[in-house]
Design a protein. Sequence first.
Length: 188
Amino acid sequence: MTIKQKVFISLKKKYETSSFKLEDIRREIWIAQGKNPKKFYNKQGYYMVAINDWVGDRLLSRREKNTYKITFIGCLYAKNPTHTNRALRKISERKEARIKDREICNAQGDNFKQLVGRKIINVRRLTPYECSVNFGWNKSPLVLELDDRTCLIPQADDEGNEGGAMLHYDYDYKQRKGYIKEEVVYTI
């Protein structure tokens, strides 16, 4: 069993539902290395590369300065690290493939051809959690979820500073009964 797995098993047992300090992580690493817990001293800066990697892999989440929480993925890792590593590798490969596809589309000069033929499978608003944690927004825009597991989310500007409103426009509104020319879907 690796040191990393020992650390996550211990963190899951002790802190599955509560937050813990950076010092607690360092203590668990110390113990997992087979060192005497009574001789533990909190080394500043030591182990931070590994801990930052664990945050990057979404095994831990940073709540505030020096305060962490074990994530659902971290709990899964404690149970079965091989399976979790495989899943994380697949997620990473998919993300890299999407980035590569995006780069190819950008190089071709048209960023939106990949949307042709896509189907909208769900329409919803961003949740307050998604707005604040994922984007740092106060407004909750519409989300159009597509069949390829991507989505369209209107923004206030091209820098993504805030969620934005969307215009629903009907070119043929005069020829169909009950349709309106345009309607703005506001953010809330």
